[in-house]
Design a protein around this ligand. Structure first.
Ligand SMILES: CC(C)(COP(=O)(O)OP(=O)(O)OC[C@H]1O[C@@H](n2cnc3c(N)ncnc32)[C@H](O)[C@@H]1OP(=O)(O)O)[C@@H](O)C(=O)NCCC(=O)NCCS
Length: 415
């Protein structure tokens, strides 16, 4: 019998946890506590398994989350519901038989039925999800900073820094995070589950030889970091995994704290914004190295009228977008495919399906619609890459003006 895709039952949690470990090459022991302790439990009805006979041979889950779309100048971003796809894997015994495609069909069909305008994920490989209509929505830089060259060009404001234990961090950090990310498109919200099971989860077995996590906090920001030995040197490296502040001054004060910690000869930070004020704070611009720029959040638009009219636009303009079907059909019909009219102004926007016969201004792939939605890459750059076609003269310039966002999209939250 062909493998079936279905949500799991409550009794199947442990087996599902074991299944997730297989494609990620991280086998989980038979101890139920081991299988269950490493992730936020998705809603049962959104926890999917591929079942072959009496075995799980693949898995995926959807967390019910929100993602910030661009907001008005100086104002908070609208946070729209997002089907946050996670734990995707097909066992090596069953790969390349179309089972990922079937998982996607199940998850995206369910997300459309729930009225979620977008789905999101983080990809293990960049080549996997474009075919299903996912496009890159945020990038993240990997930084390496030499603290001995960490002097600032202008003095940073002072802030009192306190080190919290995990229980204090659990009550203090969420409020700061919410204030800090409210104006940044691309930021994914953090539920109690994500704080507990992702951000603050710190069992010794998962530290890979690094120290326990430190939680340093000021009134307006916090930084999470760990120390590790650098094999070929005597010193230590600090790994900053989350540095979040409600103002540029508060952020500078946290960096001042991090770069002043004794016994450290290297600071690594990920994920960080690609355009980062820190580079311009430093007296020596080259003290901030970039070891990589990676795709981070991917989005898949499920409902273009809802998604496009939820975000803000800094200018006015009208565009008719022709969205091409994704390479791999997962929704039939796909509500994200077709022609859509966007009527935007700083006061608000309306997007709707175009009337039959209405000509299009731009033709683009579904992944590119996601990229434009958050303003991750200008339309003219996507056109230069052959991904967007300008059908009426001047529409690329209009699109560049309409979709541009400030600050650029950034997501600090994995899931
Ligand atoms: C990635 C993975 C889920 C793919 O599952 P799968 O069942 O083999 O995928 P499918 O057979 O449904 O493939 C669908 C399409 O995606 C392509 N594809 C699958 N994995 C791919 C990859 N890693 N890179 C590029 N293309 C890939 C297939 O070639 C196929 O293309 P086609 O429709 O043109 O034939 C599976 O290989 C896996 O579990 N890998 C390890 C864990 C992992 O990386 N998970 C993803 C976490 S984000």
């Amino acid at each position: 019998m062909a493998p079936r895709v279905r949500p799991i039952t409550a009794e199947e949690w442990t087996a599902w946890g074991r299944s997730v470990g297989v494609p990620f090459l991280h086998p989980v022991s038979d101890d139920p506590a081991d299988a269950e302790q490493h992730w936020e439990r998705p809603p049962l009805e959104r926890t999917w398994a591929i079942v072959d006979g009496n075995r799980f041979v693949g898995n995926a889950a959807v967390l019910t989350r929100r993602v910030n779309l661009p907001g008005p100048a100086g104002g908070p971003c609208p946070a729209v519901p997002m089907a946050a796809v996670t734990a995707v894997g097909v066992h090596p015994t069953h790969r390349r038989r179309g089972l990922l495609r079937r998982l996607m069909e199940a998850m995206l069909t369910d997300a459309v039925a729930r009225g979620e305008p977008v789905a999101g994920l983080q990809a293990s490989e960049a080549g996997i999800y474009g075919r299903f209509g996912f496009g890159v929505a945020t990038f993240a830089a990997r930084r390496r900073i030499d603290p001995r060259r960490g002097a600032f060009a202008r003095p940073a404001p002072e802030a009192e820094v306190r080190l919290l234990d995990p229980a204090e961090a659990a009550t203090t950090l969420p409020g700061i995070f919410e204030r800090a990310v409210a104006r940044t498109p691309g930021q994914v919200d953090r539920t109690e589950g994500s704080w507990t099971w992702e951000v603050l989860h710190d069992p010794p077995a998962l530290r890979n030889g690094r120290s326990a996590q430190f939680h340093a906090v000021t009134d307006d920001g916090y930084v999470l970091y760990r120390a590790e030995r650098v094999a070929h040197r005597d010193g230590r490296r600090l790994r900053v995994t989350d540095l979040c502040a409600t103002s540029p001054e508060a952020e500078a004060a946290l960096w001042r704290f991090v770069l002043g910690i004794d016994l450290v000869d290297e600071v690594e930070a990920f994920p960080r914004p690609v355009v980062d004020p820190l580079a311009h704070r430093l007296a020596d611009l080259r003290a901030l190295g970039t070891t990589g720029i990676e795709d981070f959040l991917w989005l898949r638009v499920l409902d273009p009228p809802s998604a496009l009219s939820s975000r803000s636009y800094r200018r006015g303009g009208r565009l008719v977008l022709e969205v091409e079907p994704p390479e791999a059909a997962t929704l039939d019909p796909d509500p994200a495919v077709g022609r859509f009219v966007l009527d935007a102004s700083p006061e608000g926007a309306i997007a709707r399906p175009a009337l039959p016969g209405r000509g299009a201004d731009l033709r683009l792939g579904l992944p590119d619609l996601a990229t434009l939605l958050v303003g991750a890459v200008p339309a003219s750059i996507l056109a230069a890459a052959g991904r967007v076609a300008e059908l009426t003269a001047g529409s690329l310039t209009t699109a560049d003006g309409l979709f541009a966002t400030q600050p650029p999209p950034f997501d600090a939250t994995g899931f």
